[in-house]
Each structure stands twice: as C-alpha cells, then as structure tokens.
Design a binder for this molecule. Structure first.
Ligand SMILES: [Zn+2]
Length: 177
C-alpha cells in the first residue's frame, strides 16, 4: 500500500503534468489533497471508536450495587467502567453534578462516588499524611529541643573543662607559681 505522501505526490504531479501550475499552486494543492486524503484515512477509524464507545450503553441497566465495585466505579449513565472516582467523568461526559447523578439513579448520599478501595486508600493516605505531619512536627520539636539543650549544655561544659585544666595536671606551673 502506498503512503499518503506518495499518493498526494502522484495526484498532484499528474495534475501538474496536464496543466501549467506555479510552485505556489502546487504546494497549495499538495496541502489540500493531503488534508483531504488524511480525512478519508481517518474517517473509518473515527467510526470504529464511536461504535465501541457506544457499545457498553447497549447493555441492560446495572444496579447501584453493581456500579460501585471494590476497585472501580461504573458510570450508570454510559456503563463505562474503570473509574476510581466518578465526579470528573460525570461533569465532562454527561454534564452532571454528583447530586444530579445521585438523584437520577437513587444513590444514597452515604455512598461515595468512588471505588471502595480508592476512597479507603485516600482516607488511609490522608491519615498517613496526618501522621507524617504529626511526626514531622514532633521531630521538629525534638530537634529544636535538642539544639537548645545542646546550646544550654554547651555553656556549663566550658567552665567544666577550664576548671579541669586548672585543677588537672596539665597546668602544674600555675599551681606552683
Ligand atoms: Zn458515563
């Protein structure tokens, strides 16, 4: 099969051999034909995508219990699955707020619009984040305590060493003098 560029070149050169064309005209025609062929080439692919995207909604309706699974949420509007959370999908794909969605499908407000594992993981992460915050603060406090203790301890250390040098055998001269 010929590439798109090869096809375009063939078409335009065939055209150019029959009529006198300026370089600008040839370039222009190349672009137009290239765009047109590209559209033709892309057209069947687009159809395939819309077909497969539409397909899930052909399934029979699912219950709320089926829609909220452990590791994914299924959209009850289009039956698309694999969501961790629905909020974004609802607004972008169906222009629905979580409240409208709950109303439409009778979902209790206690039911989070997210996969069970996801909300649990998020809660855990939040808890862990809280814990690390607490730990970080504790560590900070301990560090500042340590440094203040060090500086406080540093002061009595100096006189201790100086008294030791005075009393110690290092300075017998001073004693004898
Ligand atoms: Zn949907």
């Amino acid at each position: 099969m010929k590439t798109l560029i090869e096809l375009v070149a063939e078409i335009v050169s065939a055209h150019a051999s029959n009529t006198t064309m300026t370089t600008d005209q040839i370039v222009n025609e190349l672009q137009i034909i290239h765009a047109a062929l590209k559209n033709l080439e892309n057209a069947p692919v687009e159809n395939e995508i819309t077909e497969s995207a539409v397909e899930p909604s052909k399934e029979s309706t699912i219950t709320v219990r089926q829609a909220f699974r452990k590791d994914e949420v299924i959209c009850m509007v289009c039956h698309k699955g694999g969501f961790k959370t629905l909020k974004k999908h609802l607004s972008t794909a169906h222009q629905l707020t979580p409240g409208q969605y709950r109303k439409q499908f009778g979902i209790k407000s206690s039911q989070k619009l997210a996969a069970k594992n996801f909300s649990e993981a998020r809660r855990k992460a939040a808890e862990e984040r809280g814990m690390t915050d607490i730990l970080a603060k504790a560590r900070e406090k301990r560090m500042s305590n340590l440094t203040s203790r060090k500086s406080a301890a540093a002061k009595p250390v100096k006189p201790a060493t100086s008294t030791r040098t005075v009393k110690g055998p290092g300075r017998p001269k001073k004693v004898t003098k």
